[in-house]
Design a protein around this ligand. Structure first.
Ligand code: 4AD
Ligand code: MG
Length: 435
């Protein structure tokens, strides 16, 4: 009896007969011998079928395998041989039998170059390819490392709702929906609810999809993306920056430890990730703006950084850089004003090297009731929708803060892929809701 096996566990079965379930990735061969590249979701392996052997097993089987189309599903039986020269995994299968489950023909994604639009139209098939699988595995490892970091340090998972009555990150990027005759919005960030969580449980986080009706169709923007948002009570602004730094150092280290094979598959220069060590440079917005101007890049007084400014700035460092104390006017209503300079606020962005831009946004939250009421008015937000949020300043207000990391931007940087749309299984963008 052949032993059920997978490519990932094949090394345990050398010189034994196994059965592998999978899909035909590629093939080549002659009239007498066929080299079938089988992928089974855990890896790739070469299966060698000879006409002489297979004709004895089942008449015509060799020919059917020889003609099989890419991405046909099949079950292969065979002897496992170890051979360091074997492609993919250092092992190969000498086929003793096979059962074709679903023959496929004209699989749309072939070895020839396809344009990005075509590939994204076939996203449901595209991630059967090696590179896409490597990216999605790094995404999985990154999410696991993030959860491990927070779970092992006393953070309580505290899920924020997706349907909300108000904006969190400005009203221009809200997706609205009808909620039994009333307007409701898809959440842009779980932060406001995390603040309630942190004032109850001290350290909380949410980790889920968030939505931004972004009009910008860039390589950094999705309309639905995943964000992890830790929030901590009794933390000050320096504490928030320390947390961003410690979080990134540890999470990147765990991904490096567990994800080497996939980063290699992606030909990622891991030295960039190995340099993610403390301390990260911390530079004030004012100094950063001056540095950008000194590089000859235009930057209006008090403006937020755009992508050219961010890229230029981040490229001046060999590791992530933290830019702090942004102009209060360009940041969200909840940012705490710097008491020494109210026109600057306790907001921090972490910029990744190599042009990946802002991967983290965070800061200390306004904890003064009067100031916060003024901010809500200034930003033209509906006061009644925020009454519950103001309660957090009425009953036991305390210094608190946290940050949000966009998973796809983080994964794009980890993998060194240019566009974040490859870093989520099914991207949602300005012009894309399919598949
Ligand atoms: O800087 P943002 O808007 O911060 C917040 O939402 C805070 N409420 C988070 C917090 O303090 N709890 O977004 C945080 C991160 C960005 O740094 C970026 O990585 C990512 O979310 N992000 C996007 N990722 C993909 N597509 C978009 N349209 C994104 N907008 C923000
Ligand atoms: Mg931001």
């Amino acid at each position: 009896m052949a032993i059920p096996a997978t490519v990932a566990t094949i090394a345990s079965y050398v010189d034994q007969e196994v059965e592998l379930q999978g899909w035909l990735y590629n093939k080549r061969g002659s009239g007498r011998i066929a080299f079938l590249q089988l992928r089974d979701g855990t890896g790739l392996i070469q299966c060698i079928a000879s006409k002489k052997d297979l004709e004895v097993v089942e008449e015509g089987l060799f020919q059917r395998l020889r003609k099989l189309g890419q991405e046909s599903s099949l079950v292969v039986r065979g002897m496992v041989r170890q051979d360091d020269r074997a492609p993919h995994c250092g092992h190969e299968i000498h086929v003793t039998g096979a059962h074709i489950v679903c023959p496929a023909s004209d699989y749309p994604i072939t070895k020839k170059e396809h344009g990005p639009a075509f590939l994204h139209d076939h996203r449901h098939l595209w991630f059967r390819s090696k590179r896409q699988q490597a990216i999605l595995r790094i995404r999985h490892l990154a999410i696991k490392a993030i959860r491990d970091y927070l779970d092992s340090r006393g953070y309580v998972l505290f899920d924020s709702p997706m349907l909300t009555p108000n904006a969190c990150e400005g009203t221009t990027t809200l997706f609205s929906t009808d909620y039994y005759g009333r307007p409701a919005y898809l959440t842009q960030s779980g932060q406001l609810y995390q603040e309630a969580g942190a004032l109850a449980l001290r350290k909380t986080y949410c980790f889920g999809p968030v939505f931004r009706a972004e009009k910008s169709d860039t390589r950094r923007h999705l309309t639905e993306f995943w964000m992890v948002e830790p929030e901590v009570a009794w933390i000050d602004f320096d504490g928030v920056m320390d947390l961003c730094e410690d979080f990134l150092v540890n999470v990147v280290a765990q991904v490096l430890e567990q994800g080497r094979p996939w980063l290699e598959e992606l030909e990622r220069d891991v030295s960039v990730l190995e340099r993610v060590q403390k301390p990260f440079p911390r530079i004030s917005y004012d100094d950063a703006a001056q540095a950008v101007r000194d590089m000859g890049i235009e930057m209006e007084e008090g403006d937020d950084f755009g992508s050219p400014q961010e890229t230029a700035l981040a490229n001046s460092y060999d590791r992530p850089v933290m830019v702090h104390r942004y102009p209060t006017a360009v940041k969200a209503f909840y940012m705490k004003e710097d008491p020494e300079r109210p026109e600057r606020c306790f907001g921090v962005d972490v910029l990744a090297p190599e042009g990946y831009g802002e991967i983290i946004g965070g800061g200390q939250r306004e904890d003064d009731l009067g100031v916060l009421v003024g901010k809500i008015e200034q930003h033209g937000l509906p006061m009644d929708a925020f009454e519950w949020y103001l309660d957090l300043r009425r009953f036991g207000s305390a210094p608190h803060g946290g940050f949000g990391l966009g998973v796809e931007r983080f994964v794009a940087w980890l993998c060194g892929v240019p566009h974040i749309r490859e870093c989520i299984p099914f991207p949602r963008q300005l012009d894309r809701l399919q598949p």
